[in-house]
Design a protein around this ligand. Structure first.
Ligand code: SF4
Ligand code: SF4
Length: 387
């Protein structure tokens, strides 16, 4: 194989076929956010301007994807910054076009008010995910644009949800700032009766850099000044330990009766049945997730931090999404080709299925591909014993 590798040729990463399920992420506010979490990958993107996604973009996306099954995610930046009236219009548009679609909102939680809760209550197909890395310690990387800690404001937002009886999920970024604290985190999550899922995400940021045109706080700029090995970036080994420790704690304390725990459950499901819903472990991955931006462009999965972006519609008004996701499209070819070649002959390939392309590309850039694969082997070994 030579020249431009096209990832859709790989058995580990399929292109889309008519009728497939596509996950659409609307970046409602682009990178605009009231917080400046130093690891924010949206703010590392090249953003020519900070706009709010318009109804016409949502409408165009939905009509271009009429032939596919959909799920929707509402992200930013901070999506609630679009304001309640505009958010309501976008939600109505989505639901009138796709009445049964599941919609997930990912918010930093600081702006949740009674008005937002009333909106959430009117739309049971909307599920809410709140980002919080630690209840007391461990949340230091999530500060606002004046460099003030955000923890109190997030906890207040969670209390609003709880007062209204709204179930929600917690998204915890695992970093060097909070490594070793996952048991405490789960203990505090377990006393919040409306938490129904805790999702652990690895913060593998080594080798990433700031965008030149997105404003950042002095604290963030200083944090990036140290070079390739960023002080908050967790190692693959440490993340594997966090996931195993979290699972043991969750099981040992009986928290499985209160909330789900990702990605431990994904590894367990793969060990038990060889299948799960995570794109990391199946071939319907990067082409089956698209992100739509306020400037009228879209990309494949937003985790691909240097991924190409295309206009939603071409100059003659025709939609571009089906052509890209079904066509032979390249994603930073040689690197991805070599990554997927590494999977040939791997002893956990049937479970891992190539893992997350975005994380592997970041790891490869700093020479840590093998560490990623070792993490996968460790976790599959651990959870196959559990299964
Ligand atoms: S880049 Fe990773 S998270 Fe995104 S679709 Fe591909 S495998 Fe999934
Ligand atoms: S562990 Fe590594 S080599 Fe093996 S399938 Fe996963 S990504 Fe590929």
């Amino acid at each position: 194989m030579s020249g431009q590798f096209r990832i859709g040729q790989s058995p580990l990463c399929h292109q889309v076929r008519r009728g497939d399920h596509i996950n659409v992420i609307f970046k409602l506010t682009g990178a605009t956010c009231n917080l400046d979490c130093c690891y924010c990958f949206e703010k590392r993107r090249d953003y020519p301007s900070h706009r709010t996604i318009g109804e016409e973009l949502v409408s165009s996306t939905l009509s271009q994807l009429a032939a596919y099954e959909l799920s929707i995610e509402l992200h930013g930046g901070e999506p609630l910054l679009v304001g309640l009236p505009h958010f309501t219009r976008l939600l109505d548009l989505i639901i009138s076009s796709r009445p049964d679609v599941s919609i997930r909102l990912q918010t930093n939680g600081t702006l949740i008010s009674e008005g937002w809760c009333n909106l959430f209550l009117r739309h049971p197909q909307l599920s809410v995910g709140v980002s919080l890395d630690g209840f007391q310690a461990g949340n230091h990387l999530r500060y606002d644009n004046r460099e003030r800690d955000s923890t109190g404001a997030v906890l207040a937002g969670m209390s609003q949800l709880e007062r209204h009886g709204i179930d929600y999920g917690l998204i915890r970024v695992c970093s060097k700032d909070n490594v070793g604290q996952v048991g405490d985190y789960l203990d505090l999550a377990a006393v919040r009766k409306n938490v129904k899922v805790v999702r652990l995400l690895p913060c593998f940021d080594d080798g990433t850099a700031l965008s030149s045109n997105v404003p950042r706080t002095a604290r963030t700029r200083q944090a990036f000044a140290v070079g390739q090995d960023l002080p908050w970036s967790i190692s693959f080994e440490d993340f594997a330990s966090e996931v195993m420790a979290a699972y043991d704690h969750w099981r040992g304390r009986g928290y499985f009766e209160r909330f789900l725990l990702d990605p431990a459950i994904d590894y367990l499901k793969m060990g038990l049945s060889g299948t799960c819903a995570s794109c990391h472990f199946e071939a319907r991955k990067c082409f089956h997730t698209i992100a739509v931006y306020p400037d009228g462009t879209f990309s494949l999965c937003d985790e691909l931090d240097d991924g190409a972006r295309w206009p939603l519609t071409s100059s003659d008004g025709a939609g571009n999404i089906p052509n890209i996701i079904e066509g032979w499209t390249e994603i930073d070819a040689p690197l991805t080709e070599s990554l997927l070649r590494e999977c040939e002959g791997c002893d956990v390939r049937a479970l891992c299925n190539g893992g997350c392309i975005a994380i592997r590309r970041r790891a490869a850039r700093v020479g840590r591909s093998e560490a990623y694969c070792q993490m996968q082997r460790t976790l599959f070994d651990h959870f196959s014993v559990m299964a």
